[in-house]
Design a binder for this molecule. Sequence first.
Ligand SMILES: Cc1ncc(COP(=O)(O)O)c(C=O)c1O
Length: 401
Amino acid sequence: MTQNNKVPFVDLVTPHRQLEPELVAVFREVLNTAGFIGGPFLDKFESDFAKFCDVRHCVGVSSGTDALRFALAAAGVQPGDVVLSVPLTFIATTEAISQCEARPDFIDVDARTYTMDPEKLREYLERECTFDAKSGRTMHRAWKKPVTAVVPVHLYGQCADMDPILELAAKYNLTVIEDACQAHGAEYFSRKQNRWRKAGSMGRAAAFSFYPGKNLGACGEGGATTTNDDAIAAKCRMIRDHGSAKKYYHPMIGYNGRLDSLQAGILGVKLQHLAGWNQQRVECAQRYDEMLAPMSGSVATPYQPEWSKSVYHLYVISTPNRDALQKYLSDAGIGTGIHYPIPVHLQEAYSFLNYQRGQFPVSEIAAEQILSLPMYAGLTADQQRQVCSTIAEFEAALATR
Ligand SMILES: Cc1ncc(COP(=O)(O)O)c(C=O)c1O
């Protein structure tokens, strides 16, 4: 991938070369046993990933999008419900909501963390909704629809500020489903519980993606729902397998959304390295922080509050001259990304909801200024120096113009 770049945005080749004997052994075992679906690789991975996330259940599924959709459906989100999330995310977050035939609505993100702003969630619930104590339901005043769930996104590897979100959700009887698709191993310090908590363990359920570029990635597609709720886990297991817990008996209409055994075996091998890889990402982030500090007037580096241990799925800077900087870096052979250039409420796919520019200004400004720098376990200090000196060159040229 991006082999021509002097510093690629991501390197998926090297870790797979390093793990080749173990990965090939998994493939051989799957071939030899023809155990393509279910079986020991899946059981072991589900049990190991549940332990890693500090939850009772992990249900392997075919993608992060399905993990989120199944979690929402299993938690009881119904057609016509309103489900709250953020505009600054990958569209899969709201796709999953839409696929449940619910209507997504948005809470803007915090300007420093880029995750759901709990104050704005509070304002939304107070301004737009009424809580009916008798039915225990929160209703959207204008739309006369129940607001039933909230999906905070742990963006770029950093948890959303979960304490106030969980508190508001409890007050308004909303189900919290974490979008942890970018946050394998991230931690959040709950001031309320006075302890660190793992991403994927705080809501009623959570969704992870194992898309190849994630901190824990498959050699293909994959995802998982994690939960401490026995009923949700059982329901997700049924949904992923055509609504069935017993072969050819289908109490409900489900879906074909399983994680196959080969991917589960591969993920099992890679899971053993995840903590080490995450640590390398954290060290890379610290080096970037130091190298970019002299440019703090024009380049903002990621903000990590004291309650967060990010796993830096992405290292995202922000600068008013983003597009020119991206081109300058690209011309110098440095790969970057933009996550994401168009906030979801302004995506063409959601034009039917009639959101306007200006409604979620923090996400909109972020979308114009954010730039993801090369970030992966194995990125060297020398490569990072190249990235940062090229940014410094660009900034110096700007200053003298
Ligand atoms: C925040 C977020 N949510 C959901 C998803 C969906 O995951 P997948 O691509 O595995 O369906 C992704 C993956 O890119 C993501 O980044």
